[in-house]
Design a binder for this molecule. Sequence first.
Ligand code: GDP
Length: 306
Amino acid sequence: MRIIALAGGVGGAKLAHGLAQILSPQELTVIVNTGDDFEHYGLYICPDLDTVCYTLAGLANPETGWGRVNETWNAIKSAAALGGIDWFNLGDKDLGTHLERTRRLKAGDSLSQITSDFCKAWGVQHAVLPMSDQPVRTIVATDEGELAFQEYFVHRRCAPKVTGFRFEGADEAKPAARAQEALQSADAIVICPSNPWVSIDPIRNVISIPAGKPVVAVSPIIGGEAIKGPAAKMYRELGIEPSALAIANHYHGTITHFVIDRLDAPLLESINALNMQTLATNTFMANHMDRKRTASEVLHFIGASV
Ligand code: GDP
């Protein structure tokens, strides 16, 4: 059974890690959002890609879910002491990743190749692919005007009121070659519990999910709230009540199966009416065991023989 997981950062990485504990490297490919990527201090930074890679490598900071474990912050602190910008935290080890990625991109290597080489060095056996090797930038439309994604997310801490999104470059960007191949030969697609607006929609704007295969999504909204991040706030600001039902509507037409949290079981009937199979279970992944258990339930639900 060949599974493709579509992932953003923190929530996506958790389920991808659960899947990687069950599926072999031949059976799992993770395609990651690059709409969050940006250039900062002249460095090319891929927050979601790095979160997924660090998580699969066992190098992620367990407290934040992003960045590296046992990190130090000397470089960014000394830059700040000189008047440098410090709203985007860059750890010393993490900086090494950005330095080498930037050097390789400038030398003409593709983001896919660089990511694959980094994964090898970190001992990540499953394929982790950027959605595209060309730049796509998520732009958040707000009541204060348009903001580049990290400006909105990190610098402004998601405070401006969201009115919409656009994905600059998505029309011209091609899916990364290996990502499109993997999708064609996949038996099923798993949409991880990532932010639908800014983690999964950028991917859906660049790659087409082939029809006729099971596509299962796991709701990132539990009990009307996001575990982390602005997903619920975004729905509210866009005039939609945040709920597992709102997520089901978001993915309607794309997904065949939907996994919601047990807490949201009262929504089962309304979601089933959207013509998708629905499973209610415990989807909060507090530790490694939870990730594996959730992944296993998702795979059984879509009939994956593993
Ligand atoms: P980001 O790019 O780092 O913001 O990460 P993602 O978009 O991949 O993940 C953010 C989403 O993950 C949020 O909407 C959270 O609600 C969701 N999330 C985080 N942890 C969990 C979890 O344990 N279970 C579920 N169901 N969703 C989660």
